[in-house]
Design a protein around this ligand. Sequence first.
Ligand SMILES: [Zn+2]
Length: 383
Amino acid sequence: MSIGLQAIKAPFDQIVGQPTASRFLTASVQTNYRPQAYLFYGPSGSGRSEAAYLLARSLLCSEGGDDDCQDCLRVLRHSHPDLQELSPEGASGYLIGQIHDLSHSAALSPMLANRKVYIIQQADKMSVSFANAFLKLLEEPPPNVVFILICRNLAALLPTVRSRCQLVPFTAIPTEQAIALLVAEQSVPDSLARLALAYSAGSLSAARSFIQSSSLQQQRRTLMSLLRGLSSYDSMDVLEAARQLVICCKLPLDDLRIAQQRQLEENRETLSKAALNDLEQGHKRELTALERASARWLIEGLRSWVRDILLVYCGLPEQVVNYDEIEAIQTGFLPKQPDMLARLMFCLEASNEAEAHLDYNVSVQSIYEYLLFTLREQLTGRP
Ligand SMILES: [Zn+2]
C-alpha cells in the first residue's frame, strides 16, 4: 500500500451492518477502480441509499470524500448540482419520458465536479422500453458519468443491464443491531427506536428521519388517535377519519419544502436559469413521490397497530411496537370473540391489499375508507 492510499480514510465504514459492501467500496476507491455503473442490490432498509450517497461523495469531492468540504456537504444535503437521484414517476414504474430527460442531462458537462453521478432508485421498476433505452446509455456512456442503480429484486432487471454494472450486494440488517445503533446514535430509548424501525419497514435511514422529524411523529399520533376511536365511530365518523388521514399524508411535505428552498438558495448563483427550472420541476416530482410514500407509511403504521392487537391477544404485550397504545388496545379492542384471530389476520390481509392498490393509482381517500371500514367491522363485529 502506498503512502497516498494510507492517507485515504474509510468513509464507507459508516455503512452499517454491510461488511462486504463496505470493504468492496473502500477498496474500489483506494485502487481507483471506477466502473461506469454500480448496482446496489438487497432488501429495503439495508442502507443501499446511504452507501450510494457515500460513494457519490467520494466521486464528487476533490479530496476523496472523506472531509467536510462544501462538495461533501452538498452531497450529504442532496443539493450537489452534479448529483441527481431518480425515482419512478409513474404509479407502477419509470416513465419513458424520464429516460429521455436522463439521456439529455447525462450528455451535459458537470457543473462543479469533474464528473456527474446519477442514483437510480428502484431500478427494478424499469419497463422493458425504459431499460432498453437505458442500456444504450450504458453501452455508449457519456464521459465522466457514473450511474448507481439501487434495486431489491436483481432478477427483475434486464440481464443485459445487470451485466454492465458492478454488482454490490447488501443484506438485511438484523433488527436488534439496528435498534442498538439507533439507541446509541440518536440517544433515544429502545422503545422509540423499535417503533421508528417498525414505521420505516426496517429501513435505518427512514427510522432516523422518523426520530428526527416532528411532522412524522405528529402523523403517527394522529393515526393512533383516529384508530383508538374506531370502535365507537359511526359511518360518518369513519369517512371523516379517512379524510383526516389524507390531510395527515401531507404533513411531512413541509420539511421537504424547507429543504428544497434551501437547495434553491444554495444553487441560485451557480446554476443557469434552465438548470434552476429543471431543479424546480424535480422538486415538484419529489413532493408527489413523498406524498405517495407518506400514504404508504400510514398504511404501515396501521398494519403495525393491527399486529400489536394480535400480539396483545396472543399474550405477548412485550413485543408490541406501539408501546404507548397497549392500554387502549387492551381496553378497546379485545372483545371476546372466538374468531378474533381470523378477524385480525383478515385486517392484516386488508392492509396488504390496500398497499397494493396504491400502486394502481386508486384514490388514497377511498383506500383509507375501505381500510377503516374493514377494521371497524372486523374488530368490533359491527358492519
Ligand atoms: Zn469533500
